[in-house]
Design a protein around this ligand. Structure first.
Ligand code: FAD
Length: 393
């Protein structure tokens, strides 16, 4: 078993198929052996452990829930479980996999031409090609529809000008799915462009100074009259529906994934509390206030797992809606963040160092709280669903 049975209080194990458990356990073993021993060092140094990419590819993690083109074709539950295990290691590694699979391979798979799929997807599934997803801009985050990046048609090519900010994998990407405004037949729209490394006018630079997701590459992308050939435009989608459908796909994975960070924090805090003694040689796990913290953590983990599992099953049945995804992302990320903070407290002073994992998970989860739709934006999505009133503007 990759984790203590205590976190499966409601016997969710019984609701998983052998295939789902096997996918999870393969990644769990990889995380225990390859990730946990080195991730603290990468977080401290602010480096992404790129040497792990071939191992991820070998396990079928990259584009795991896509069919064909060398992808593993797993169901959503398996995909969620493997992301949960990666996140138990570190959210930076999980972010790499989410962006590669859900935000870069998914739009090529769903909206690309046959030629684009053949050209990019097998290499991406094998980890030979790295992808990123450029939607956010320096001045447009929660409101991506306001984007200023533009693509103007010039014969058979498109001329792309603008900038994207906070792009995971940006500086290491071979291909960027970039969303830009277009004007066709007098009407404004949005299209996805496959911008390749080395195209003249395309540059990427890493954003310095992050306290969060330090073991992940986060970059600014700049496009100065980049000439993108027509064959690199995603032909099957126009408008905000394109990027939003990718985000919806990724968010579901994130709602599942964050329980991994929560479990790592809970297990660590439990172990630490049992071994740490204060006052008369008594372990701090024996004090009621510590037990309350651990009880709250476990309760929220069990609830988050139930939510994620039900949502993933609904997705596989074709019944998951964006409102359901908002609810799960909003609840589970907040719960994981609070668990990480509480676990940090159980470690006392030791908890503020990177010798123990909670503060790393806590800082990582601050980004997860903000990306893929901020906590507040998901609140407004729910508010609109509940009242029928749009409070965004
Ligand atoms: P803003 O939109 O400026 O929001 C600031 C605050 O105001 C937030 O609290 C927000 O909730 C609140 N707010 C905004 N509008 C409203 C409103 N109408 N009502 C109430 N509150 C509101 N983007 C990509 O495209 N690709 C990536 O790969 C990617 N990776 C990322 C990695 C990291 C580490 C981080 C931190 C971000 C990443 N992002 C990425 C960007 C992320 O999606 C945006 O940061 C997010 O959408 C929020 O945008 P913003 O930061 O501009 O905040």
């Amino acid at each position: 078993m990759p984790r203590a049975e205590i976190t499966d209080l409601l016997l969710l194990e019984e609701l998983l198929t052998d295939e789902e458990k096997a996918a999870r356990d393969t990644v769990a073993r990889f995380v225990d052996k390859e990730v946990l021993p080195i991730i603290g060092h990468h977080f401290r140094e602010g480096t992404f452990p790129a040497h792990l990419i071939p191992g991820l590819a070998e396990m079928g993690v990259l584009g795991a829930n896509l069919q064909g083109y060398g992808c593993a074709g797993m169901n959503t539950v398996s995909y969620g479980l493997i992301l949960q295990e990666l996140e138990r290691g570190d959210s930076g590694l999980r972010s790499f996999a989410s962006v590669q699979g859900s935000l870069c391979m998914f739009p090529i798979h769903a909206y690309g031409s046959d030629e684009q799929k053949e050209r990019f997807l097998p290499g991406m599934a094998q980890g030979r090609l790295i992808g990123c997803f450029g939607l956010t801009e320096p001045d447009f985050g929660s409101n991506p529809g306001g984007m200023r990046t533009r693509a103007v048609k010039d014969g058979d090519t498109w001329v792309l000008t603008g900038a994207k900010a906070w792009i995971t994998n940006g500086a290491i990407a071979d291909v960027a799915v970039v969303w830009a405004k277009t004007e066709e037949g007098g009407a404004e729209s949005i299209r996805g462009f496959l911008v390749e490394k080395g195209m003249p006018g395309f540059t990427a630079r890493e954003i310095p100074g992050k306290f969060s997701l330090r073991a992940s590459v986060t970059s600014e992308l700049s496009f100065q009259e980049v000439r993108v050939p027509g064959r690199n435009v995603l032909p099957k989608v126009t408008g905000l529906r394109g990027p939003l459908s990718c985000l919806n796909n990724a968010r579901l994975g994130i709602a599942f994934a964050v329980t991994g960070a929560a479990i790592a924090c809970f297990e660590g805090a439990r172990e630490y509390a049992l071994s740490r003694k204060q006052f008369d040689g008594k372990s701090i796990a024996g004090y009621q206030l510590t037990q309350e913290k651990l009880a709250d953590m476990l309760q929220e983990i069990v609830k988050a797992q139930l939510l994620a599992l039900r949502l993933a099953r609904l997705k596989d049945e074709g019944k998951a809606t964006p409102v359901m995804v908002s609810l799960a992302k909003r609840n589970n990320v907040k719960a994981a963040l609070e668990i990480a903070r509480s676990a940090r407290g159980v470690y006392g002073a030791n908890g503020v160092t990177d010798a123990y994992p909670p503060v790393r998970h806590m800082l990582n989860l601050e980004s997860v709280f903000t990306y893929e739709g901020t906590h507040e934006v998901h609140t407004l999505v729910l508010g609109k669903a509940i009242t029928g009133i749009d409070a965004f503007n």
